[in-house]
Unconditional design. Sequence first.
Length: 334
Amino acid sequence: MLRRRHTEVFSMSFLDVICCGFGAIVLLLLITKKTLPIAIEEAEINLEAQFKQLQNTLFEVRGESTVLNRDLNAKHEQLSKHRQRIALLQTELQNIELQHQALTQSQAGDTQEQGKLKLALQTLTAEMQRLQRQNAQQQNSIIGGIPVDSEYIIFIIDTSGSMFNYSWPRMMDELIATLKVYPQVKGIQVMNDMGDYMFSNYRREWIPDTPARRNIVIKRLRNWNPFSNSSPVEGIEKAIKSFYDPGKKISLYVLGDEFTGASIQNVVKTVDRLNRKRQTGERMVRIHAVGFPVQFSRPPNQQTTGIRFAALMRELTYRNGGTFVGLNDFRPEP
């Protein structure tokens, strides 16, 4: 009679297989948990570096775009002003042609009217003769195209590095020459393009004009170098606000080489508002300017601020009864 063998369900071999399987699963889990965060962290670091690089590139492009747009706007403003000037000149030319035609027709007219005109010219009254003498005096008060009829003069000097390091001796020559044109005035003032006074004790006051004080101004000017942002706007506006007086004839002289401001048109509008007109239509303060071509010694792509200074000064002097003189050399004359 055969006996049945008793078989154990959970033998040692089965348990070995089960343990090995569980051990492999646990090992896989440990390996996966260790490497997955590292891979994710490395990926995040790479993405952050790429983001920062792209962000820096974007800022650079925006900065270049801002500079280019600013230069383009300045060119558009200059072009618009030139077109307005051309339109005004064309209108004046048409008026002159009409006057010439009218004069030609008048000359061909009645000889009796011409006789009356000659008689009227020969019978000048004492008042008319006085007006002629006054007109001659006014013509004599213009030297080199610059009206010198003012009783008070203000100098606005660009004290930036480009002026102080390269054009200071020539600037002093021009200032001394200007003072010689005015042998005697009632008051002088000297400020830099930021509106800082050369002599703080004469702040918002006129410096009395004497030979001794003129020598002190010239001596102090040799080493006077306060901070400047290379833009004459602040000095012009401060001078007009501080010294504007309806009862005084004032001339303002701007000596500089560049304009770094944002808008020429805004400066022109502000000065128009501050420097009001007399009843005769003339501005209360004459604005003259002398331009030193320091910036034009640089490559063409670095001459923008010099060009903008010339454009601004031409417009300001034209609108405020003055004259703009652009020098052809920033070095002292031999």
